[in-house]
Ligand binder design. Structure first.
Ligand SMILES: NC(=O)c1ccc[n+]([C@@H]2O[C@H](COP(=O)([O-])OP(=O)(O)OC[C@H]3O[C@@H](n4cnc5c(N)ncnc54)[C@H](O)[C@@H]3O)[C@@H](O)[C@H]2O)c1
Length: 317
């Protein structure tokens, strides 16, 4: 059992990550702005702290007495705040939290970056050299959120140059995270349901049709923390589903939303995703266990069963 501190543990991804790591047998402590009464955190230690204050962050990280840190706390949505605020907040948190963790003696440190570092959606156009996208694709951020995420990856490099291999680091770029309740119809991060994102490709196109089940992010994080001493230090991983969040092949869809990608996208036939998760499979042996077709089929099958109809009927009265 490892004692794992999660910053942003009360957030959308944080709650599922904490629940998954508790289920895997770890001892968790969540560091967030305030104590949260979500059921996923019911039996989890929580420290309320503004992590942007370096002294407070360092004290909270020391108090956490953790063997490992997963840093999620951030402004998590591009353009949800003024560009300078996003930059200051996310870059500042990277330095205060990751630096504070090193000073607190936490030997394994992982931070959430984002696929947006690659720069898709740039108003001046975006044509990748090749598809699928992977960790060798050059980052070309075009907004403060994406740049701040690249800076988090660079902060890891900076700290690694200070500590050598005494501390083991990694960054991961989770695709569009779908929490368990969102398969059931709760709104996803951008406010639409999963089915709406599938029915209208224009809703999923800004994320290049990527997604990952939050429970798969938890198994990824668990696997990564276990493997950190044995893999090269400071690696970056995409964490995505095996398939695309789309009803049609991306070979057809991508060129509609990203003009000029016809040739590169032609390889994305069938259910192929635009983002490769092969590195996580190769270095960690991790594979996602959830996909949108199985999740929605399971829910549809349950709704068609007589037991569900009678429950729905009695609860609707
Ligand atoms: N959700 C996704 O689809 C997605 C995709 C790629 C990357 N990410 C990254 O994963 C991480 C988590 O995303 P999320 O969707 O759970 O975001 P979220 O906004 O739901 O959660 C972020 C949490 O961080 C906390 N936080 C922010 N500033 C803080 C501060 N100064 N002190 C203490 N706590 C603070 C917030 O209170 C919140 O609980 C973020 O770094 C985000 O950029 C998320």
């Amino acid at each position: 059992m490892t004692r794992i501190a999660v910053t942003g543990g009360a957030g959308r991804l944080g709650r599922s990550l904490v629940a998954g790591l508790v289920a895997a047998g770890h001892d968790l402590v969540s560091l967030d702005r305030s104590v949260c009464d979500a059921p996923e955190l019911a039996d989890v230690a929580q420290i309320a702290v503004d992590l942007s204050q370096a002294d407070a962050a360092a004290a909270a990280l020391a108090e956490a007495r953790a063997d490992a840190l997963i840093h999620l706390a951030a402004i998590a949505v591009p353009f949800s705040a003024p560009e300078d605020v996003i930059m200051r907040t996310n870059a500042g948190l990277a330095v205060s939290v990751l630096g504070g963790a090193v000073r607190a003696g936490i030997p394994r440190i992982v931070a959430a970056s984002s696929p947006t570092v690659l720069g898709y959606g740039a108003p001046t156009g975006w044509v990748p050299d090749r598809l699928p996208l992977d960790e060798d694709t050059p980052p070309r951020p075009w907004n403060a959120y994406a740049l701040s995420k690249l800076l988090i990856e660079q902060t890891i490099g900076m700290l690694q140059r200070q500590t050598g291999d005494a501390v083991r680091f990694a960054a991961f770029r989770p695709c569009y995270v779908i929490a368990p309740e969102e398969w059931e119809g709760a709104p996803t991060q951008q406010g639409h349901t999963v089915r709406e994102r599938l029915d209208d490709p224009a809703l999923s196109a800004p994320a290049v049709f990527n997604y990952v089940d939050a429970r798969d992010v938890a198994t990824f994080a668990d696997t990564l923390l276990g493997a950190l001493p044995d893999i090269p230090n400071g690696e970056v991983f995409f964490v995505g589903a095996d398939d695309a969040l789309a009803r049609r092949p991306l070979a057809e869809l991508l060129p509609l939303f990203y003009p000029g990608t016809e040739a590169q996208a032609s390889i994305l036939t069938g259910t192929s995703a635009a983002f490769s998760n092969a590195k996580a499979r190769r270095l960690l042996g991790w594979r996602p266990q959830h996909d949108w077709r199985s999740e929605l089929e399971r829910i549809d099958a349950r709704k068609e069963s007589p037991a569900w109809s009678s429950t729905a009927f009695s609860s609707s009265r």
